[in-house]
Design a protein around this ligand. Sequence first.
Ligand SMILES: C[S@@+](CC[C@H](N)C(=O)[O-])C[C@H]1O[C@@H](n2cnc3c(N)ncnc32)[C@H](O)[C@@H]1O
Length: 292
Amino acid sequence: MEIRTDLYLGDSKKMLKKLKDNSVDLVVTSPPYADQRKNTYGGIHPDKYVEWFLPISKELLRVLKPTGTFILNIKEKVVEGERSTYVMELIIAMRKQGWLWTEEFIWHKKNSYPGKWPNRFRDSWERLLQFNKSKQFHMYQEEVMVPMGDWAKNRLKNLSETDKKRDNSKVGSGFGKNISNWVNREKAYPTNVLHLATECSNKNHSAAFPEELPEWFIKLFTKEEDVVLDPFMGSGTTLLVANRMRRHSVGIDIVPEYYNMVREQLKPVALYILEPETLYEQTESDRRIAIR
Ligand SMILES: C[S@@+](CC[C@H](N)C(=O)[O-])C[C@H]1O[C@@H](n2cnc3c(N)ncnc32)[C@H](O)[C@@H]1O
């Protein structure tokens, strides 16, 4: 089967309305953070962030399949010496909108260089919030297993009696562990912390994320020929990786320069432009055909 890429040039708030209900398996995206990068593609005031994002997350909820997942890469900025609270407010507002807040992964930027500010240290992590539409979402955990690592060599050499039976969590979480289960295993499940370097050599975009980031979530939440959406695609990292991994992809960006850059790289099947209310399909010869 041919793998498809669809690109949309315009505001996600409007463009997402053109996508079908329950048509996407995974959304991975990094929207503009409040007020940052004002000079490149505009910023949203921290007090207005939730109000700005909710119409977009409402559309994402509609287009996501019940088995799908939404990964939102975001971090609150510091304003006058205090962390903003818009991410927390957004989580609460999205839950009211109907989303389940299933998990929070941390992206540890392992190559952050040291620095010091009067009242804080270098910020070297970002949130990757996982939202779902239902508890029955697809998750292919075996796809992201990691080598057991050196801890296992010592820890598993001399097992105590407790290690040989299931040891239930003392806090009543329902979790338990049986250390002896890991003897002779080569791979273990990872944690919810992703240690990835930031992308330095990336593609003419000031805020591109490393390819390993969408790659990890695409492996974990999709299989071949599923559909991956990035409504703030920027340089198209999510789409490029999805394409390489034989997933269909849909990308939206408001800046023509990024749209054209991704278009050059991926030779998409379909290109869409909304001007102002009519949706045009743009052909390879740059003609526009009104479709909706
Ligand atoms: C943080 S960057 C994404 C970077 C991307 N993950 C990458 O690897 O290149 C956010 C992108 O959102 C785009 N953007 C901002 N507001 C938008 C909107 N309302 N609709 C669609 N795209 C928007 C910007 O042009 C920018 O490219």
